[in-house]
Structure formats: structure tokens, C-alpha cells
Design a protein around this ligand. Structure first.
Ligand SMILES: Cc1cc2nc3c(=O)[nH]c(=O)nc-3n(C[C@H](O)[C@H](O)[C@H](O)COP(=O)(O)OP(=O)(O)OC[C@H]3O[C@@H](n4cnc5c(N)ncnc54)[C@H](O)[C@@H]3O)c2cc1C
Length: 467
């Protein structure tokens, strides 16, 4: 539908703020459940300015935490459902080879490289354990330390991100979801008018319409019964003006690169290397040794593979602090040096053919935030009691979420429409949790700090078992 002809004060059962994959999956679910649904996206759909840029993401099942392993397994059937509805696969099941120092992560929250085996066994999922030579036989690596081990897991694969986004928007349209891009939400407030008796909320903002940013913006004030706030890294842009609180997020400006690789040597599966950071030189920063990569995928540039370091030197508190023209030279150089030592087929002086950055939002325990806006922040109600507004707004942000998109859409729909989930344990993603005793919620605005020391220095982010 053309937003220029649309009633910008119309009432919806559900308004979704943020048209990334999580928002689109939520809208699709709500619409299928008979809800009149609207998605408002500040950029274009399939934009590169949030967390879903580039071409690939990992679908993985290897988790040390039981609840994450269980959700990953539950998500597999939801991917199958989505792919059946799409009429084509949205993932290429290449498998994933995790390898590295078997001691890496000992005592950390996600355990060691081998710790997910317990959950793979519990879920009867296939895997093969490899020694160093086995890893080097499977993939074009060299000069790996003798004591290193690997675990090869076939039930994992590359998510085709552009196709998934195109599919979700197509299915949303087919299910009559209204999708508006160039529509920036500024705040949510309680609806105290009686224009629409059932509407609890007004979603306010400005919309440029189909001519994009060059067109004059028009104000909108959509009415909504329920709201899903899914703006990724921009979450505090909505939460603070609407409710006066923010989430304590670290946003990594992650660098990704594409390298040309000899087509006769190609990687044929995804991989992730685990090794302690190199010690910093005095006064310097530790250098990360977490690297990951993808095969050349049919929907990507030929004879090129994506390889990157799994941390970020540039860590920001708000997307407005992003350094648009800058791709961290430290992260590029770290990856290039590692490639030179350990990857076959990229030539003696590997240079990235192209590179970009993408925002990864984290809270300190690296998990999702997926919960209702707490009741104490749902202020401003008059006439109708506050209790009527309880459990009507759900927030999702943070964590490594692409592999969970179909499940998150289902969970967000269930929370909004039923007030609880049917079978998915999301208790670990509470907005009220306090990892290490520090609450995720903070009253007040974002502290505009910039942590140029790097994400790998920030406590529990130290040990991670991949995406
Ligand atoms: C380099 C990198 C590698 C990753 N690898 C993996 C991986 O291998 N596996 C995995 O599972 N996950 C991975 N992730 C994480 C995954 O990509 C994210 O969890 C996922 O993209 C989040 O999707 P989203 O819909 O929540 O956010 P986004 O895609 O960022 O969507 C949010 C949308 O909201 C819009 N928006 C923001 N503010 C407003 C507003 N005020 N009004 C209207 N719209 C607004 C934004 O423009 C954006 O389009 C990776 C992330 C990065 C950066």
C-alpha cells in the first residue's frame, strides 16, 4: 500500500516498530493469527544500517546452555515451516566446524569448545570429533597448534539473509500486513482519547513516503492495542522517549570482509576458531583470536569467502555514535595477519576484496532481551486502569538472533496475543535480570560512552562459543 494515501492515524491491533527480520517475522505471525498489523521501518526494508547487513549468518545448534540448545532444536521445525511456506530453502545446510584450543572458555559462561556435546547427545544430533590433522584435512587451514581439536556438526548451515528478508516481506504482504518504510517512530504514548475505544497506545513519528528521504516528512500517530518494539541496536531511541528508561547495551561495529580464494581449495562449510586473546603489549589492547567464516555461497560473489574476527574494536553505546566511513583498521589487519598464517588459497598477501560493518547489540551476558515493558513504566493512563495496559508491549533486542528468527516471531506473537509462551522457555531473557548483579534496565538516557578498548575486554563477552 502507498503510504501517501494511507490514514496516518489509523488503528491497528498490532504495530511492530522496526522492520528487520525479527519485526517482520513477528508481524507475519500476528497477521496469520487474524490481527490487523502494521510494520514501521525507519529505513528501507533489507537495509544495511542495523544488524542484518551482508549476505550470510550462521544457523547453529551447538550450545552449552540447555535452554539455548533446546530453543535451537525447537527452531529447526519452525525454519522448516517457514521454508515450506516460502517454497524454497532459506538455509544452505553446509555444516559447521568449530575448532581451536580445547581449554579455551574453561570456567566461562559458555564453557569450552567440547561442552555443547552433552546437548548434541541429548538431542541425538550428529557430530564428529577431530584432532588437529582432521581439522586441516576438512578445511584449508595450516599451521594450527598440535593440541587443537575440532567438532564437525552437519545440522548447521548458512542462512541466506537477503532471501529470508525478501521472503518475510513477501509473505507479510500476502498476509495483508501494512509495511511502511522511511517511517521513523519517535515515541509511544498512552492513548487517552476515545477515538478508538479499544486502542491503548499511540505510536508517533514521521514518515517520508515512497519518495524516500527527499520527500517532505509527514507526522503519523497510529493507534495500537499491542506493540512489538524490535528496532535492534536503536532500541533506546524508542524506550527512553516513551518510558524514561534505557537498556544497558554495548553495540559492536563488527567488521566483515570478503577474500578471494582459489576455487580448487574452497571452504565447503562454516567454521569458527576458538583461542584466547593474544596478550596486549604494555598500554595496548588484547588482540582477539576468535575468527569465523563461511563458504562461497551461491547467492554471494563467486570465488570469495567471508572471513572475519568475532569481536569489534569499536564499541559504542548508541548507533548515532557509529563511524560510518570507518572500517576498523585494527580488525581488518588482525584478520589479514591471521589469514596469512593459517588459510590456504588466499595468496601470500591476502587483501579483502570488500569489507563492511554491521551493528551487533549485546547486553553483558550476551543473551537476548525479550520481555514485556515492565508495568511501572506504562505511565500516563487515565480513565482506563494501568492494568489494562500491562503486557501489551513487548521488546526484543540484543544477542545472536538470526538463527532464531522464526522462533522469535512465534514467541513475540504468543506474548502479545496470549500474554505467555506456549512451549518456549524465554525466562532467561527477562528485561529485569541483573547479570553479575548489574541491572539491564537503567532509568534515564543512554550514557554516550565509547569503549575503544574493544568488546573482547568486556567481562562475560570474553568467552563465547560462536554466533
Ligand atoms: C557481523 C555480525 C554477524 C552475526 N552473525 C550471526 C550469526 O552467524 N548467527 C546469528 O544467529 N546471529 C548473528 N548475528 C546477529 C544477528 O544478525 C542479529 O541478531 C539480527 O540481525 C537481529 O535482527 P533484528 O531484526 O533484531 O534487528 P535489525 O535487523 O537491526 O532490524 C531492526 C530494524 O529496526 C529499524 N528501526 C530502528 N529504529 C527504528 C525506529 N525508530 N523506527 C522505525 N524503525 C526503526 C532499523 O532500521 C532496522 O531495520 C550477527 C550480527 C552481526 C553484526
Amino acid at each position: 500500500m502507498n503510504s501517501e494515501q494511507h490514514d496516518l492515524y489509523a488503528k491497528y491491533d498490532v504495530v511492530v516498530i522496526g522492520g528487520g527480520p525479527v519485526g517482520l517475522a513477528t508481524a507475519l505471525e500476528c497477521s496469520k493469527a487474524g490481527q490487523k498489523t502494521l510494520v514501521l521501518e525507519q529505513s528501507v526494508f533489507y537495509n544495511q544500517s542495523g544488524s542484518s547487513g551482508d549476505l550470510v549468518r550462521m544457523f547453529r545448534t551447538a550450545y552449552t546452555e540447555d535452554f539455548m540448545a533446546d530453543l535451537a532444536v525447537q527452531c529447526m521445525s519452525l525454519w522448516n515451516e517457514l521454508e515450506a511456506e516460502a517454497g524454497e530453502p532459506l538455509r544452505l545446510m553446509t555444516g559447521l566446524l568449530n575448532f581451536g584450543d580445547p581449554k579455551y572458555g574453561e570456567g566461562g559462561p559458555e564453557g569450552t569448545l567440547m561442552d555443547p556435546i552433552r546437548n548434541l547427545d541429548r538431542h541425538h544430533m550428529a557430530y564428529t570429533i577431530l584432532d588437529r590433522d582432521g581439522v586441516e584435512e576438512k578445511l584449508p587451514f595450516q599451521n594450527l597448534p598440535d593440541e587443537w581439536v575440532g567438532i564437525d556438526m552437519p545440522d548447521n548451515g548458512c542462512i541466506n539473509v537477503p532471501l529470508m528478508l525478501r521472503t518475510l516481506t513477501r509473505l507479510c504482504r500476502e498476509h495483508r500486513v501494512d509495511l511502511f518504510d522511511y517511517a521513523t517512530v519517535k515515541r509511544v504514548r498512552a492513548d487517552n482519547t476515545k477515538t478508538y475505544p479499544s486502542a491503548k497506545w499511540v505510536v508517533e513519528g514521521a514518515m517520508h513516503g515512497p519518495k524516500g528521504a527527499s520527500a517532505l516528512a509527514r507526522a503519523f500517530a497510529f493507534r495500537a492495542d499491542k506493540i512489538a518494539i524490535t528496532p535492534g541496536a536503536y532500541v533506546n531511541h524508542i524506550l527512553y522517549p516513551s518510558f524514561g528508561f534505557t537498556l544497558d547495551v554495548n553495540i559492536w561495529e563488527m567488521v566483515y570482509e570478503y577474500y578471494a580464494i582459489d576455487p580448487s581449495i574452497q571452504f565447503d562449510k562454516m567454521w569458527f576458531q576458538f583461542q584466547e586473546d593474544s596478550k596486549p603489549i604494555p598500554g595496548g589492547k588484547p588482540v582477539s583470536n576468535l575468527f569465523y567464516g563461511f563458504p562461497s555461497v551461491p547467492w554471494g560473489p563467486p570465488n570469495m569467502c567471508r572471513i572475519a574476527v568475532d569481536t569489534a574494536t569499536n564499541v559504542i553505546a548508541d548507533p548515532d555514535q557509529r563511524q560510518y566511513p570507518v572500517i576498523s583498521p585494527e580488525d581488518l589487519e588482525n584478520t589479514r595477519e591471521w589469514l596469512h598464517k593459517h588459510v590456504l588459497g588466499v595468496g601470500p598477501h591476502p587483501v579483502p576484496v570488500f569489507a563492511g560493518t554491521c551493528l551487533q547489540t549485546n547486553v553483558s551476558d550476551n543473551m537476548f532481551v525479550l520481555d514485556f515493558v515492565p508495568e511501572r513504566y506504562l505511565r500516563g493512563a487515565q480513565g482506563e486502569s494501568d492494568a489494562a495496559r500491562e503486557r501489551t508491549i513487548v521488546v526484543f533486542t540484543a544477542g545472536w538472533a538470526m538463527k532464531f528468527v522464526p522462533l522469535l516471531g512465534r514467541v513475540l506473537r504468543e506474548l502479545l496475543l496470549d500474554g505467555k509462551t506456549s512451549q518456549y522457555d524465554v525466562s532467561h531473557f527477562s528485561i529485569e535480570r541483573k547479570p553479575g548483579g548489574v541491572p539491564i534496565i537503567r532509568d534515564g538516557p543512554v550514557e554516550r560512552r565509547r569503549d575503544v578498548l574493544g568488546a573482547h575486554c568486556t567481562g562475560s563477552s570474553l568467552h563465547r562459543l560462536g554466533h
